[in-house]
Design a protein around this ligand. Structure first.
Ligand code: AMP
Length: 182
């Protein structure tokens, strides 16, 4: 199930570009303008539901923080559980963590050690709003696998194709992006 041209136009036109945020040279893709537009948010969530209802998924894993918004809503629509993958130090129970490189320095994401343990070899869809360098998503996919589950696909509302993130992540999991930005 791929996005129709009409659906793509509705979603794309509801994303707002904010130049030079959070620092000069970055064009920030603002998805709050999808969320506060009931029609666009509905078209987006309905598309995700139609695509993933046949995937036989056990969980959705959403990446901190905008992945929670789409991921938790989709999990409810599909009738399955939601697992947050969080930035270091936010999850209260025992975690597994994975470091990844940023332009300057390192960052770390974590998941609860038992997040997927109710279902052996759980089939997991990972979701976030955007993939840029792919560092966050790569680390998150590693966490899902280390926690004993299988990341069957990674889904992003937007992919920045001028960076190599999608290609890199595709070595690990299939990648689905609704909108490619170049
Ligand atoms: P990366 O690890 O480089 O793929 O960065 C992905 C994470 O950073 C995602 O959680 C995005 O929400 C956020 N991000 C990176 N670049 C942008 C951008 N231009 N606009 C909005 N969010 C971004």
């Amino acid at each position: 199930m791929i996005l129709s041209d009409t659906e793509r136009k509705i979603i794309e036109s509801s994303i707002r570009d904010i130049p030079d945020f959070p620092k000069p040279g970055i064009v920030f893709k603002d998805i709050t303008t999808i969320l506060n537009n009931a029609k666009a948010y509905g078209v987006l969530m309905n598309h995700l539901y139609q695509r993933y209802k046949e995937y036989n998924l056990d969980y959705i894993a959403g990446i901190d923080a905008r992945g929670f918004i789409f991921g938790a809503a989709l999990a409810q629509m599909l009738g399955i559980g939601f697992v947050p993958i969080r930035k270091k130090g936010k999850l209260p129970y025992t975690t597994i963590s994975e470091k990844y490189s940023l332009e300057y320095g390192v960052d770390e994401v974590e998941v609860h050690i038992d997040a997927f343990s109710a279902i052996p070899k759980a089939r997991v869809l990972m979701i976030d709003d955007l993939i840029a360098t792919g560092g966050t998503a790569n680390a998150a996919a590693n966490l899902i696998n280390q926690a004993g589950a299988t990341c069957v696909e990674s889904c992003f509302i937007m992919g920045l194709t001028f960076l190599e993130g999608i290609k890199k992540l595709e070595e690990k999991t299939p990648v689905y992006t609704l909108i490619e930005v170049d």
